[in-house]
Design a protein around this ligand. Structure first.
Ligand SMILES: [Zn+2]
Length: 395
């Protein structure tokens, strides 16, 4: 999560620390005859008592048999039946002694109890994979709303399954990659992050290595552009005037960027709005029609991008170095040669070397200046001396 710049949750709830709340929830349901105990000591939820059952997944609930039960461990697709809230102990299983009897909680009740303990009976957003809508989330809604008499989650965030190279990811298909596998192949953490977040969650994402390379190139474009705009502020060659057409476009795209994210997290459209500006502003910079007055709003858009996508600052080298250190300690030999060269240098280290080179050249130490240029070239970094100063990019 740290490598991919995913914020850690404030609370990581544990089912085993929420047993008391689960028992209390089942007791409340039992007091209204919604939970009932069967002969083996297990407790079940009577779904005939919850007419809204099926409202999340839109399942047709014709043919529910009152009292027909499904074991929580069986996960039938169309099990429109009473489900287990509490399972009586079986030989060899871990169990808790509770007023309900000795046993363990059913899977669904765990989520309801943990969610309501930390967030209250009603909260904004509940996530999960697309496979969980039925029956798991349907069951969570039923037992929670029957106990609390208020709506459970106001919005559901179901993420589609990932495809890899057009196929379901599986070990047997040989298309199963961990984050470390990808890092050791030489891909950058930022490229992986940008690719994963750029496909809106409601769309099925097809992960390909080509897409990952495109993602890395997109980030390089953004970073190169951000440096170019930054450098433009320090050059006298830039016209002082505002390019009003460009500024109007940036303002429009800034609005479009926010609107896309507000529209059910449409990250693809948000990203496209930013690249529209990169394209237009690069052309203006090439033609000398980018004004000093354009800098602020363009940077505002870049900041808005980075506040969500978080890819502009290079932290890739550290992550890759850590992956290499781990791989060496594990005795792994599948480390991409490229990784050891081009990604062993961070943007910040490049900037420091370029500053040293500029300084060396000022002192007429051209040998040192050339040595630095060669060192950077070996690491895949191209530098260019222009009238606006030194610019660089990765190959
Ligand atoms: Zn759950």
């Amino acid at each position: 999560m740290d490598a991919l710049r995913v914020e850690r949750p404030e609370i990581i709830a544990r089912a085993t620390e929420t047993i008391g709340e689960m028992v209390a929830l089942i007791e409340r349901l039992a007091s209204e005859d919604i939970a009932y105990k069967v002969d083996d000591g297990s407790w079940y939820f009577r779904i005939a008592k919850f007419p809204d059952y099926g409202k999340l997944s839109g399942k047709d609930l014709e043919g529910i048999e009152d009292g027909a039960r499904v074991d929580v461990d069986e996960y039938e697709k169309d099990a429109k039946r009473d489900f287990a809230l509490w399972k009586a102990v079986k030989p060899g299983e871990h169990a808790w002694d509770t007023p309900l009897g000795t046993g363990r909680p059913g899977w669904h009740i765990e989520c309801s109890a943990m969610a309501m303990k930390h967030l209250g009976p009603s909260f904004d957003l509940h996530g999960g994979g697309e496979d969980l809508a039925f029956p798991h989330h349907e069951n969570e809604i039923a037992q929670s709303e029957c106990a609390s008499h208020v709506p459970f989650a106001r919005h559901w965030f179901h993420v589609r399954f990932l495809l890899v190279e057009g196929k379901k990811m599986s070990k047997s298909e040989g298309n199963f990659y961990t984050l470390r596998d990808l890092l050791l192949k030489g891909y950058r953490a930022s490229a992986i992050r940008f690719l994963l977040v750029s496909v809106p969650y409601r769309h099925q994402m097809n992960f390909t290595f080509e897409g990952l390379t495109e993602s890395a190139n997109a980030i390089e474009r953004l970073r190169t552009f951000a440096r170019r705009v930054e450098a433009a502020g320090g050059t006298l060659a830039l016209p002082a005037a505002l390019n009003a057409d460009l500024d109007a476009l940036v303002a429009e795209k800034l609005t479009a960027y926010g609107a896309a994210l507000d529209n059910d997290l449409n990250t693809a459209e948000a990203r496209a709005a930013v690249f529209d500006v990169v394209r237009a502003a690069n052309i203006a910079l090439d033609h000398g029609t980018f004004g000093r007055g354009n800098i602020a709003r363009v940077q505002k858009l870049l900041q808005a991008l980075d506040a969500v996508f978080d890819v502009l600052t290079d932290r890739d080298a550290d992550v890759s170095k850590a992956a290499v250190a781990w791989a060496k300690a594990e005795g792994r030999t599948d480390i991409a040669p490229d990784l050891l060269v081009s990604q062993s240098i961070s943007d910040q280290e490049i900037e420091a070397l370029i500053a040293e080179r500029t300084d060396a050249r000022k002192r007429r130490n051209f040998a040192r200046g050339d040595a630095i240029r060669n060192e950077l070239a070996e690491k895949g970094v191209l530098i260019e001396d222009g009238k606006a100063g030194v610019t660089w990019k990765r190959r």
